[in-house]
Design a protein around this ligand. Structure first.
Ligand SMILES: [Zn+2]
Ligand SMILES: [Zn+2]
Length: 254
């Protein structure tokens, strides 16, 4: 599916998405719980596709829906009760612009892996239970905890590539990758919701507070060192930094 038709489908279903997102936000109540839920759903979807419980078109459409609904729900959680509808309208084009272009590419790649037999439908040789979704792949190079700790996101990317998990070329790695559309971006969109409120409340400055752990990337470190900047002049966590959706910086306003 190309980007234009995906955006077209999304636009048509916008009000549905808004009300589904309200329900989801009400049910999970916090961003970490929403993220957990969406991780589980990523795994469920990939298993459903592999086990032929779901056809490709349904898989694709469900992912489009869930990507947008979970992002909207995360914004709602960030906005809290503060005049949600109007602020959500402002979040919508940002969500669509951020998520749909990479999603189109990701879905096309997955389809290609299926068509070329890299991913085999009905292949039961791997048990998803053996995999920690965000952890290492069994049988891959076993890194000790100490070795992993010093690693930065760039090195991590190289390690992932060498294990074949970053590209979604195995079913479990596909589930991991899908969670980077459905689950991990909720952190950034939660922050976007909070930003809409801060802007409305007349805060003038913002700063990015970095987590300070060893996995923090150089971009986040630099944002942290900038200190207070005028509101709107700093990207949300996960944007403009090479740790992307895995960034867990938070934003303060004054
Ligand atoms: Zn970063
Ligand atoms: Zn960060």
């Amino acid at each position: 599916m190309d980007l234009l038709s995906l955006v077209g489908m999304a636009t048509k279903r916008r009000s549905d998405y808004f009300s589904q997102a309200q329900t989801l936000a009400k049910k999970y109540k916090s961003q970490p719980r929403l993220e957990e839920r969406m991780k589980a759903e990523s795994l469920g979807l990939v298993k459903g596709l592999r086990d032929k419980l779901m056809k490709w078109d349904e898989y694709q459409r469900t992912i489009l829906d869930k990507t947008l609904v979970s992002a909207l729900a995360a914004c709602i959680l960030g906005i809290k009760d503060d005049k949600t509808d109007r602020k959500l309208e402002k979040c919508w084009p940002i969500i669509v612009g951020d998520m749909l272009p990479p999603l189109v590419k990701f879905l096309a790649e997955t389809k290609e892996y299926i068509d070329s037999g890299v991913l085999r439908l009905g292949d039961q040789t791997v048990d998803f239970a053996d995999y920690n979704l965000l952890g290492a792949v069994p049988g891959a190079i076993d890194l000790g905890v100490d070795e992993i700790e010093g690693i930065n996101p760039e090195e991590e990317g190289v390690v992932e590539a060498s294990q074949g998990r970053a590209q979604g070329k195995t079913w479990p790695s596909l589930a991991d990758r899908l969670s980077r559309y459905l689950a991990t971006p909720t952190f950034s969109f939660y922050n976007l919701g909070q930003y809409m409120v801060a802007q409305d409340q007349g805060f003038k400055e913002m700063r990015r507070v970095v987590t300070g752990d060893k996995k923090m990337c150089i971009d986040c470190k630099n944002y942290g060192e900038l200190g207070w900047v005028p509101i709107g002049e700093m990207p949300m966590p996960g944007k403009g930094c090479r740790c992307h959706d895995r960034c867990r910086c938070f934003i303060e306003y004054r």
